[in-house]
Ligand binder design. Structure first.
Ligand code: CTP
Ligand code: CA
Length: 225
């Protein structure tokens, strides 16, 4: 789309996008993390702003610059991301969870740096589950008629896994893409299929993350009450 063709169909709407990847702290200097660059979430925020939305971008550890005209809330861990997303979602028309949220976090946070003991083998790392923010939002919608979108990266049986996940999470739309060693993480381009809770299936051909973002917003706008 050229600038003149950008629809203002998100004018008057508040949308929340989470982006990046959470870091789960072990001690003041260490964390468990993932390779999410944040590019897809930032592209979603930029395209929503271009379409007239007020945008809250809950950004977990992305190196990308703050997009112009977007309200950026920086977070680190899944617990912090949950708090920021739920707060912003209270008056939101749509929430898109593009962040890679760690499934587990260290069971114990050591307030002082963990030291190795001379000669001893390391202790196994105990983990506990993080809250499932997408499932929580989808189940108790903070606002009636709110549209909730999830992302899923799958390495195999992409469509079948996506359908199962969509049903389990109870979101309205699930963007499913195939990932591997080189695919998607940090890449400029993306290829995906957007599954709808209504049974719809929208393939998005290989292309820039902005194009996938625009398709997501098209599908969200169609679902507004
Ligand atoms: N998600 C979330 N909270 C979590 C984990 C994931 O909100 N604790 C969201 C992600 O932001 C994404 C969607 O759920 O939008 C799917 O994430 P994914 O990791 O594919 O789902 P999981 O339920 O964690 O399944 P898996 O066991 O395949 O990792
Ligand atoms: Ca997961």
């Amino acid at each position: 789309r050229t600038n003149a063709e950008v629809p203002a169909d998100l004018a008057g709407r508040h949308v929340v996008v989470s982006a990046g990847g959470t870091r789960e702290p072990l001690d003041p200097v260490r964390y468990l993390g993932n390779r999410s660059s944040g590019k897809q979430g930032y592209a979603l925020a930029c395209t929503a702003a271009a379409r007239g939305a007020r945008v809250t971008l809950v950004a977990a550890n992305s190196a990308l610059p703050d997009p112009a005209g977007v309200d950026v809330v920086p977070v680190e861990s899944a617990v912090q991301l949950r708090e920021a997303v739920l707060k912003a979602a209270a008056d939101a028309d749509a929430v898109v969870m593009a962040a890679a949220v760690a499934d587990f976090r260290p069971a114990v946070y050591a307030p002082a740096k963990i030291k190795k003991k001379s000669g001893a083998e390391p202790e196994p790392l105990a983990l506990v589950r993080n809250p499932d923010i997408l499932a929580e939002l989808s189940t108790d919608r903070p606002r009636a008629g709110q549209i909730v979108v999830g992302f899923a990266a799958e390495t195999d049986d992409v469509l079948a896994n996506g359908r199962t996940k969509l049903a389990r999470k109870r979101c309205d739309l699930l963007v499913v893409n195939e990932v591997g060693e080189t695919k998607t993480f940090g890449a400029e381009e993306n290829e995906a299929v957007v599954l709808g809770a209504d049974g719809s299936e929208t393939p998005v051909p290989h292309g820039p993350k902005e194009a996938l973002s625009d398709t997501v917003w098209d599908l969200v706008v169609l679902r507004f009450p």
